[in-house]
Design a protein around this ligand. Sequence first.
Ligand SMILES: [Cu+2]
Length: 678
Amino acid sequence: MILRSALLAACLSLATQARADDQPNPDLMPRVSRYALTQAFAHGGTVERDGLEAEFAPIPGADDRAVEIGDALDADGDATEIHIRLEVDEIQEEVYPGKFVTFWVFAPLGQAMASAARLPSPTIRVQQGDHVKVTLYNTHYLPHTIHFHGLSQANDMDGDGMDHEVPPGQNFTYEFTARNPGTFFYHCHVQEDVHVPMGLAGMLIVEPRRPHNHFARLVPGAGRIASMGAGTREEYAAEYSLVYMDIDERLNHIASQAGDLREIEWRMHRDYDTTQRVPDIFLLNGRSFPFSVRDTPIMVKPDEVTKLRVLNVGPRAIYLHTHGHHPTETDADGIPLPPAARVTRDTFGIGPAQRLDLALRTGADGLFASGPGTWMMHDHSAMASTNAGINPGGSQTEIIYEGSEASHAAHAKYLDPAYYKGRVPVFDPGVFGTTAERYARGLPQPGAPAAYPTRRRDEPDPPRLDLIDAERHRTVAKSCAGRPRGFQHITLHAGHAYAREGEVFAFEPRQIHVERCQAVEITLENTDAIRHDPMIPGLDPMFVLNVMGPGAATASFVTPDADITLPFHCHVPAHDKAGMVGELIVGEGGAPASAPVVAAGVGRLLDGVGVVIVTVPRMGRLVVDHEAIEGFMGPMEMSYPVADAALLQGLSPGDKIRFKIDPGSSTIRGIEVTDHAK
Ligand SMILES: [Cu+2]
């Protein structure tokens, strides 16, 4: 089940205390209302209601405390006090078909069994005049900061990374007043030549101040902005946040390759040389072609103006070219340009850290726009149109008019991972009088020297974190069904203070001895100023605790009636890697009796029943709260890849489903809705 915070419960009760004669129509209420200003909601228009709903909608996978909407100090009908809570997660993203890359991102504060982490780091949106607090919970194994780039702020809030590092396990709250509307960004300033390309950067938008101005304050990733601010809506029909970056995959690979944290630090900061970097992957909002078109298409209608907020996070300039259209530059680095300086052109050079706000006019006037269709929009530097040297790829997307056809991004050839491994001929082999099978006969010997820069040899793919995660959460033992024969209380200490050489976070004790069929009560004492989520993933029902520290919490479970050793770990991303693993030894201990289901069930699909938490089409994943899947996984909320993103179509949060899962790859291969949520 999704854990709901006490805060949410408290605010829900507050909402139900509204005066009877002032009750808003429940059909129009936000799905999760924790908003005290129900007057505004009841008497505002549709747009304001939509804004409110977006402002208070929970972020799937995030703790409710990720965004805290405070008081309206200026009494203008919307909140002035905004508190955002971020953590630092290590994640993997499939950036183009078959290519999984490890990143570090700022993410909305997570909850026990889920995560809202994705690339790029989330878009923060505040309003001019807002008093903003951003708490950085450093859940990662290296020090980090947040630097709010371009904002006017006090010197001790600058997060510059020289004197203000937030160590692992600690938190720090940055505070600023958003003085000027515009497009800004935030990023880590510790070892920034490495930490920014690893993904620790996101867009920060300061909306113009308007009364009754409601919109989503923290948006995972970037892309089309669904709930526009009132000031932007006055001038624009739609709005997009576009975050461009490039990476040198060899750097990102280090985080998933090395075993010891000291080795990761040394390889990233002492062995890898930023001055020798050669980027090979080019990202728009965390994706390369064809996924960039799928996830960030610029959808337009004729005779509209669309606002494009463009941020270049990467270390090289981009040259953004819009086919068929001439946008106008309206703001540079968060400052409005005087009318005489508002240049209209077809290619915009944008240096590292720079932001350009572009007004994209559509239609067929022959100057600003050339008419309906599907038009490319891409970084015109040659390398940026490739995925590691294979074209078409890179950060390109498309301006797509309503009713226009999908582009070549939908072509099966480009969705085949083999294409980007260089194993598919560029052109039809018939051009050369041959076939795909006979094509290789015309190639030089493997390893033959070449007098030009060649593609990097295929490195071994990094371990797939999602598959490992699913694998280690399989049920291997059930709690004793009968009445427990005994009771034991255990205090488990957690935090940086218990780490040994080479570790950052750890538990103490690391081995817990318990009896068979015994009730065990565990009190977790978390000495860090971040969350730790101890969990026994192989036990059914699953045991998990989510403790924001410093602080303690207690929960119980019953041990299996068998001699077995069950690993336990902290479920926060990468905490097991940082040292937070241990063993629960039941009775004499021992390996699980049942062989893993993979060996027995090759080719056999298992049946699952559950409730949809959220679909993530951009990642081809389904997060589902499911019942036990016999021999595979206990009842839990889990994120699984789906064999085809089309399986997710038509699914809504709350839908009850039946699904077929391949236990070997933990991939869902079929979904059937048994009961729609609405
Ligand atoms: Cu932890």
